[in-house]
Design a protein around this ligand. Sequence first.
Ligand SMILES: Cc1cc2nc3c(=O)[nH]c(=O)nc-3n(C[C@H](O)[C@H](O)[C@H](O)COP(=O)(O)OP(=O)(O)OC[C@H]3O[C@@H](n4cnc5c(N)ncnc54)[C@H](O)[C@@H]3O)c2cc1C
Length: 509
Amino acid sequence: MTTISRTPAASTNQMYDLAIVGGGVYGAMLALEAARRGLKPLLLEKNDFGGATSLNSLRIVHGGLRYLQSLDLHRFFESTGERQWLLKTFPELVEPLSCLMPLYGKGARRPPVLRVALALNAALSLRRNQGVRSDRHLPAGQVIIAEQVRRLFPMVDMEGLQGGAIWYDGSMTHSQRLIMAVLRWATMLGATSLNYMEAQSMLRQGNQVVGVVAQDRLNGQVYEYRAKSVVNAAGPWCREFAAQIDRDIPQLFESSIAWNALFDRPALSDHAIAVAPKQPNARTYFIRPWQGRLLAGTVHDPWTQPLAATPMPTPEQLADCLQDLNHAIPGLNLKSSEIVRIFSGLLPAKQAGTAELSVREVIIDHSKQGGPSGLFSISGVKFTTSHLVAEKTVSCVFPNTVPASDGEAPLEVQRKRGIFDFNWYPNSSEADWQRQLQTLIAEEAVYHLDDLVLRRTSLGDNPDRALSIAPMLCELFDWDDRRCKQEIARLESYFRQRQPDYALEFTPP
Ligand SMILES: Cc1cc2nc3c(=O)[nH]c(=O)nc-3n(C[C@H](O)[C@H](O)[C@H](O)COP(=O)(O)OP(=O)(O)OC[C@H]3O[C@@H](n4cnc5c(N)ncnc54)[C@H](O)[C@@H]3O)c2cc1C
């Protein structure tokens, strides 16, 4: 059975091997990895599954090209290995993405340098397609001439253009479905996942952790779940939670903000374009096609506000980004009024108050720092490497277990459900959409309208569409008029908080 049932009271009757706090991609991968090793995991998520940082990524499964530049071969091999794992395991949900960087002969961005880098990238990732379905294979990269760049990316600035570098990564266009696929598979193997369940404290026997106390956020009920060990995978909240249940561990998380902007503009190319304004030390932006639209980012900035605040860029940061993009692509003339939605979240920084990202995951065994046995905290850096970190963590918690052998996830869990084009609207000739959504509501612990719209389907990719069909979607639930209004208001508020309407109309100089 791959149905995720929300049964908080009945779930207290079990003895779990592992309780996982946090249902982002790191928690979900932990549940899957533990279940695949024959362990019995329980996952507790205080809001909805995958609704925080994990909903906001640029949805690129990074290989290692960027890490070759910094000669971080460890990271290169980990990333290419995880890209291969994701393409092999979830071929229905992860697909190749071609990336194109116009080359203007500045610094390392010269055709001869890129030719060597791409050859090295291909040679060091020779096994990248091993075991991967043939339609998910990644070709080797290449350097192309300026005229070819223009054909692939018609708006490219031709002045000084010397050519372009093409390489391939993975794309998880509907990353929310990937998280649900991971959870459904874990469920099939015996995991229990409960959303809207906030872990509050640990159950202890002497110096041993023996479970978690959690509160149901839908009705305030408090439950005790017994587990042999607990992993705190609470993402940006992991340090705060570690301090709440044991002690502050600064290396777990110092906040920085990362964000992308989705524009109501047709995509510029079938390729994800890597561009930078022609100034020294300028930031590089990825402009990727997403749902036929233009998704640009990822911008990293310092973040000093409390965790409770919705992470959003300031008007100045947004204006800088627009200015950079408009300089990098003359004639693009993007305006903040075209932003459909900001995707933003907090990521671990190397140092407090900076935007420099941590490069490695942190896995803490609290008993080695004077804390209780059986308690672990983790903090990851990329969606791409979440499975590897789960593997390392479960091996640390249960050293006598071994990772499951590779293999494709069952098709039943990977099936693309609730995926609609950006401009799709329900029409009477298509009766199937309601049935599809009703199945999702029944099978994936959907409680709020925004669970369905944002985290089970692609309906929320287009906020105008989502809000205009919201009353129709409410009819799929057993809700009275008052509840429908509350749910629609909740969805509106979510979108409102992610709009840059505070950013003044910006006119590029
Ligand atoms: C703008 C942006 C772009 C990115 N682009 C990419 C990309 O293209 N490729 C890539 O590989 N990575 C990318 N990343 C990084 C990636 O998204 C993150 O590394 C990853 O999503 C982190 O997942 P997580 O599970 O650690 O955190 P989260 O997704 O934040 O999950 C943590 C969860 O813990 C829950 N929680 C907290 N406290 C409790 C509690 N007490 N009880 C129960 N639950 C609790 C929270 O509600 C939350 O859902 C990007 C990130 C951002 C922000």
